[in-house]
Design a protein around this ligand. Structure first.
Ligand SMILES: O=c1[nH]c(=O)c2nc[nH]c2[nH]1
Length: 399
């Protein structure tokens, strides 16, 4: 089945017109952390820090996903917008509802995005209308993983075991989620060390553990297939444990600024050997565009540089593009398939067009290719993304 699908996705050269001089192909963007269920709040409700924001805006919104029609409307719009902005692979958080999480999976198959999808698990410290019994959460997570694996209809869809974060999960739940991920050899996604009050809360809730990372570690949740979103306030011990277990980090700079969470020092994590990708983290982040995430990563890095005495090299546009492409592929364990245009990889690509009619960019004709790429990253938007290909299949064609 997988081979048949791959054959049918094959890139059709006859359909391609010759690129004009203001066009180039760019590897597809990889969004390593995005809440599809929060897409309807995108651009709203950014006046509170994380824990208050969760209580006041986010949990009530996620509770609406019991309604499959609501889920279909928002998930459909989210996938369309993400693809139009050049995201060929996304790792999504859904909600605690298995059925509506499967709605996202079916829509993604239909629209052709490469996706990693998690049904959220939560059995404590949530609203009484948005919480699961421990046993139900374990069973529903396992069933969701089986649902996706047994469909076997599409090699582009992957299940993710998804505890929301330590404060909203009991140790019994976390340990069972670790077991499920191991049994089925699948990915794990959760949040970690995003704000100081959250870290303090974890200390109070899990007094027998060394630190935040130790909670995930003892539950078997630190693996080479684990993505931790944020990781701003990790201690040296925690960072070295992350390195040892080959756990990955998703850096979400828009969200970290919008929710007043803090600044993540990605250079430091990378210097210790941690693989870091970029996430839009909608709707803590207000934009689903990875171009926005790239710009924010440069801004955050410049702010970090301004507070150092020297010896710190801030990110440039090439660093940001790397985070959004090949590093994202490494985070998700698919760098043998996507992330750049090495021979033998799948064709996940954007046909970028910088013609003056198409957006915010003025080109004067003497720019080098590198300068064109740089203008795209700093000034481009979805109007500059003319076509999007996933595994050789054209999933978006605008003009
Ligand atoms: O940015 C975030 N978004 C969320 O939905 C969330 N839940 C726990 N921690 C979180 N952080």
């Amino acid at each position: 089945m997988e081979e048949e699908l791959r054959a049918s996705f094959h890139f059709n050269k006859d359909e391609m017109q010759v690129l004009d001089e203001r066009e180039f192909f760019c590897p597809g963007f990889i969004d390593t952390h995005v809440h599809a269920s929060q897409y309807c709040n995108c651009g709203l409700a950014l006046d509170l820090p994380l824990l208050d924001w969760l209580r006041k805006y986010t949990i009530p919104t996620e509770a609406k996903y019991k309604d499959l029609e609501f889920a279909k409307d928002v998930y459909s719009a989210c996938l369309d917008r993400s693809l139009r902005n050049g995201t060929t692979t996304a790792q999504y958080f859904c909600t605690i509802h298995r059925e509506s999480s499967n709605v996202l999976v079916d829509l993604a198959i239909d629209k052709g995005q490469r996706v990693f999808v998690g049904k959220v698990a939560t059995d404590q410290n949530s609203a009484d209308y948005y919480i699961e019994e421990t046993k139900t959460s374990i069973e529903e997570t396992e069933k969701f993983v089986q649902d996706i694996l047994s469909k076997q209809v599409n090699p582009l869809v992957n299940p993710v075991v998804t505890p929301r974060f330590a404060p909203s999960c009991s140790m019994e739940l976390l340990t069972n989620l670790g077991r499920i991920a191991k049994t089925y050899d699948v990915s794990i996604q959760t949040h970690c060390s995003e704000t100081l009050p959250e870290c303090q809360w974890v200390k109070e809730l899990f007094p027998g553990f060394e630190d935040y990372i130790d909670v995930y570690d003892k539950a078997g949740l630190l693996t080479a297939k684990t993505t931790l979103a944020h990781g701003i306030y990790l201690s040296e011990r925690e960072m070295s444990r992350i390195t040892e277990t080959q756990t990955k980090v998703s850096h979400c700079p828009n969200s970290n600024c919008s929710l007043m969470s803090g600044l993540c020092d990605v250079r430091k994590l990378e210097s210790l050997g941690v693989v870091v990708g970029l996430g839009t983290d909608v709707s803590g982040g207000y934009s689903i565009s990875m171009l926005d995430a790239m710009r924010c990563s440069i801004t955050v890095s410049n702010i970090i540089a301004s507070a150092k005495d020297g010896g710190y090299v801030p990110f440039n546009y090439q660093d940001a593009l790397r985070l959004a492409t090949i590093s994202g592929a490494e985070v998700l364990g698919i760098s043998d398939k996507v992330g750049n245009f090495e021979v033998g990889k799948d064709f996940d690509a954007l046909r970028v067009n910088l013609s003056p009619k198409a957006g915010n960019i003025d080109i004067f004709g003497y720019e080098t290719m590198e300068e064109l790429v740089q203008k795209f990253i700093f000034l481009g938007d979805d109007r500059n993304i003319r076509e999007v290909y996933v595994a050789g299949r054209r999933v978006i064609k605008k003009f």
